[in-house]
Design a protein around this ligand. Structure first.
Ligand SMILES: *Cc1c(COP(=O)(O)O)cnc(C)c1O
Length: 404
């Protein structure tokens, strides 16, 4: 690494909080699926910012939409109307089949919104007799706020951050009967990832989402899908819920919704649910600002115009098959849907070690928890670059016995 790269890392380490442990590469420029470091070395980014970079770095249409909007009007408050917002919300509702959308910035905020709306819906529409309960699943990741880590079962996310709000219930993931048993007269919502991303690319049994949605409907409980990571083509459908024909009562989107450079999120819901909100009871200074709305709208349009969904389905299947053909003694499982793939390795080797090895071959991967490597490349990737990525991954894995 060159002097500039080392100095950058030292500076960040000296003045930044140490809540991340990044791979030792300093990204300086990006275009499409590629990242260049301070020395000009090129990498293929198969991590894609945990799915936030579906459009690829510096997508020309995203850059254009952002610059045009920046020249016209940046952030104003929601105390006045701004021109790009309505069109953005309409497009998002039409694509997802929801009635209303509430703009926030981060995925965590979209999920906080979901919890607030669900609770208020419980008190004002469902008419629950006691304090609202919300059910989520073991292994989930919904964000980092106090309430959302209160829903988590992963000790590092929770440890030292309590006490957490009451009314949060955790059940095993992938077991619909556990949901049925956990529902009480005070249950207002079931919040679930259709595929657990941070949990290690965990795909529930087929039919799970459909069964859970039916159970929720039967008990008049909101089925809320957290598709912050799985949404917008990542799994080869617009929404991962579409694989089972499930239409959620509420839906969180984020990550790729910002087209790469911005934090743009939405909580979407049916009218009967969203209309429990009235002026003054929820909001965000930056949520739905003109820049975010213009970029969010363009992100959705680019996703449709450039066939991200189909590309993810076709190349995801192809990449998955290639990776499954990697007959390495250290690989325990290869799973995924669309360009959302997890390679689980044996317990003796840490995912971090593999990501460091992959880096030597010009591949950026991402370790989730201890033993899964996540590949969620930009959805603009082509077959040629899947082939090249695979060749490099295969070469790296063939030398596992030399890893320390
Ligand atoms: C990343 C993620 C979030 C949190 O999004 P932030 O923008 O980091 O707040 C929430 N839910 C899921 C499923 C995610 O993958």
């Amino acid at each position: 690494m060159d002097q500039r790269g080392r100095a950058t890392i030292e500076l960040e380490h000296a003045f930044g909080a140490h809540n991340y442990n990044p791979l030792r590469i300093v990204a300086d420029e990006g275009e499409g699926i590629f990242i260049w470091d301070t020395e000009g070395k090129c990498y293929i980014d198969l991590a894609g910012a945990y799915s936030a970079e579906s459009h690829g770095y510096c997508h020309p249409r995203i850059v254009e939409a952002a610059t045009q909007q920046l020249r016209k009007l940046g952030t104003t408050g929601r105390n006045i109307y701004t021109s790009p917002l309505g069109a953005f919300l309409k497009r998002a509702c039409e694509l997802t089949g929801q009635d209303r959308a509430l703009p926030m910035n981060t995925g965590a905020e979209a999920n906080e919104t979901a919890l607030k709306v669900a609770r208020k819906w419980g008190y004002t529409v469902k008419g629950i007799p006691g304090d609202a309960e919300i059910i989520a699943c073991e292994g989930n990741f919904h964000g980092r706020t106090i309430a959302l880590v209160g829903l988590s079962s992963h000790e590092p996310y929770r440890c030292g951050f309590g006490p957490f709000p009451p009314g949060l219930v955790i059940i095993p993931y992938g077991d619909a009967s556990a949901l049925d048993r956990a529902i009480t007269e005070n249950t207002v919502a079931f919040l679930v990832e259709p595929i657990q991303g941070e949990g290690g690319i965990i795909i529930p049994p087929s039919g799970y989402l459909r069964e859970c949605a039916a159970i929720c409907k039967f008990h008049n409980v909101l089925f809320i899908a957290d598709e912050v990571q799985t949404g917008l083509g990542r799994t080869g459908k617009l929404l991962a819920c579409d694989h089972e024909g499930v239409k959620p009562d509420g839906l969180s989107l984020g990550k790729a919704l910002g087209g790469g450079p911005l934090a743009v999120s939405l909580f979407l819901a049916k009218k009967e649910v969203m209309d429990v909100l009235t002026p003054g009871d929820h909001g965000s200074t930056f949520g739905g600002n003109p820049l975010a709305a213009a970029v969010g709208l363009e992100a959705l349009n680019v996703m449709m115009d450039e066939h991200f969904i189909e590309n993810s389905a076709v190349l995801g299947k192809y990449f998955l098959e290639l990776l499954r053909g990697l007959k390495s003694p250290i690989i325990r499982d290869v799973r995924g849907r669309g360009l959302f793939i997890g390679v689980e390795i044996c317990e003796e080797i840490n995912a971090r070690t593999i990501c460091e090895e992959l880096l030597k071959y010009g591949i950026i991967g991402n370790g989730v928890h201890e033993h899964v490597i996540r590949f969620s490349p930009p959805l603009i990737i082509t077959r040629k670059w899947i082939d090249e990525s695979f060749r490099r991954i295969a070469r790296a894995f063939s030398r596992w016995s030399e890893w320390k």
